[in-house]
Write a protein of this length. Structure first.
Length: 235
């Protein structure tokens, strides 16, 4: 079976405008593949470029070079050169993302925030709301909070809304940026099982997990980001 996503020669540099336009290389010649039914984990110390890689794969950061080939609607698309409209389409249908922080429109209820990705993909609103409630219940968010906007929630409560929103769809590829960082032990265990279910369903996952226990529980492959450091290539 072909890979769901292939990264080759991927590079990223940041331009330091306050320092006279100095170029700061962060990633050089990154290469790895994501396969259906597996969870790959980006490993390496803080500052190694893990989040930069995840954001390039989602199109939040423009790559400085290389390719990110994703299977979308039966064909390969290079996210590095794709038009913005194509990237939005890929986000809607092919690549999902769970960020560290919940960013939503104020005054929208937690239930509607979680259901929104399904509604955007054409699902019946009633069914989407029902599915959202199932996920929030599984993540132990009290039902009394579902109708409230999560801007007033604690960090852990907001993250559970965030996770439910990211897991509600059946995107073939799912990116996870520290999804368990703000959670207690019970809810971390729930997320581990949710990741296992995604793998059984054939999703290709890529995540960042600083919690070693969680990383060991979910990882099929560790991608060593330190091998993509510019200094490592120069050595």
């Amino acid at each position: 079976m072909p890979a769901a996503l292939v990264v080759s020669g991927l590079a990223k540099s940041f331009t330091m405008h306050l320092r006279g336009g100095v170029e700061l290389p962060v990633i050089s010649r990154a290469a790895f593949s994501l396969h259906s039914g597996t969870c790959s984990v980006l490993g390496g110390p803080s500052g190694a470029g893990k989040s930069s890689i995840l954001k390039m794969l989602y199109g939040n950061y423009a790559a400085s070079g290389g390719k990110i080939l994703v299977r979308h609607r039966g064909r390969e698309v290079d996210l590095v050169t794709a038009e913005p409209r194509a990237i939005l389409e890929i986000r809607r249908e092919t690549i999902g993302y769970v960020s560290q922080f919940l960013r939503v429109v104020p005054r929208v209820s937690a239930l509607d925030i979680v259901a929104e990705p399904l509604v955007e993909r054409g699902a019946d609103r009633r069914e989407a709301i029902e599915r959202a409630g199932e996920l929030l219940s599984r993540l132990n968010l009290p039902e009394r909070l579902w109708a409230l906007p999560p801007t007033t929630f604690s960090g852990g409560e907001q993250q559970r809304v965030n996770i439910a929103r990211g897991f509600i769809t059946d995107h073939p590829v799912l990116l996870l940026d520290e999804p368990t960082a703000s959670l207690d032990a019970a809810n971390r265990a729930v997320v581990v099982e949710m990741i296992a279910q995604k793998k059984r369903d054939g999703t290709a996952l890529l995540g960042i997990f600083h919690d070693v226990e969680i990383r060991n529980a979910v990882a099929d492959v560790i991608v060593d980001v330190t091998s993509f450091a510019p200094s490592a290539k120069a050595a």
